[in-house]
Design a protein around this ligand. Structure first.
Ligand SMILES: [Zn+2]
Length: 257
């Protein structure tokens, strides 16, 4: 794919997108299903590098070495179990009260202070980390971006993928990676992606020597909290806790032996 196509050459660009779409369907050994993820991993990682740098520059990072150490200690066996040595995993606690966490496709994971305070054990924190790492193993960001591109194959999004690396598309890059204008509002993954990340996250916990039952306890407590508060807070809507989710999680925990 020519990276310097004039934008006026729109038909060629869209043709290229279609070709990439056709070429981009592949089987994912991690998930056992075929997925459309035609955006090159390196391209996605570069976009994520930019979004991550902006995030750290614009949002308060918590200055708490004890909390940093805890997150790093819990995350280490999970990333080791993930087997993606090509990624430079990084875990950062952002100083925000929401119960939230998210991951970018370059292996950068944000956990909010609210979430760090909420988890009742290291294994519950492991459930959060395992879930986020699992999104990457399953290539959910690539799949989500590809689905968006396929749905709106407009020039602006084509520009995003094939050009614009000088920062001028920063907002769009952040958006397409799932970060809203304010980073507390995240583009939700589909329910299928969430359930898949839960299941793969439990596998990672088990490989990391953690108790997968902690994931069930964590989501039970999330559900109880939501019930107390009525509707889930906006930030939580990316990771909704509900009965089906809990039921499938219990099956995954019981199934691994
Ligand atoms: Zn998720």
């Amino acid at each position: 794919m020519c990276l310097c196509c004039p934008i006026s050459d729109r038909r060629a660009l869209l043709g290229g997108l279609v070709a990439l779409t056709l070429a981009g369907c592949s089987d994912n050994a991690r998930t056992g299903r075929r997925q459309m993820a035609f955006v090159p991993d390196e391209q996605l990682a570069r976009m994520a590098d930019q979004a991550w740098a902006e995030l750290k520059a614009s949002q308060p990072v918590l200055d708490d070495p004890v909390m940093d150490e805890r997150l790093a200690r819990v995350a280490a066996p999970i990333t080791a179990a993930a087997g993606r040595d090509d990624l430079k995993w990084e875990f950062v606690v952002f100083d925000a009260p929401e119960l939230n966490a998210f991951v970018l496709p370059n292996g950068k994971v944000a956990v909010f202070r609210g979430m760090m305070d909420f988890v009742a054990s290291d294994d519950e924190l492991g459930a959060v980390v395992g879930h986020e790492v699992a999104h990457i193993l399953a290539r959910h960001p690539a799949e989500r971006v590809s689905q968006q591109l396929a749905a709106q194959a407009g020039v602006s999004l084509a520009q995003l993928v094939f050009g614009g690396e000088n920062g001028e598309n920063a907002d769009m890059i952040a958006r397409v990676l799932g970060l809203g204008a304010t980073y507390g509002v995240l583009l939700p993954y589909s329910r299928a992606h969430e359930l898949e990340a839960d299941r793969l996250g439990v596998d990672l916990m088990r490989k990391a020597g953690m108790q997968p039952q902690a994931a069930v306890r964590f989501w039970e407590r999330m559900m109880a909290r939501q019930a107390r508060q009525g509707a889930p807070p906006e930030a939580l809507s990316t990771h909704p806790a509900d009965g089906r989710r809990l039921a499938e999680l219990k099956i995954a925990v019981a199934g691994g032996g």
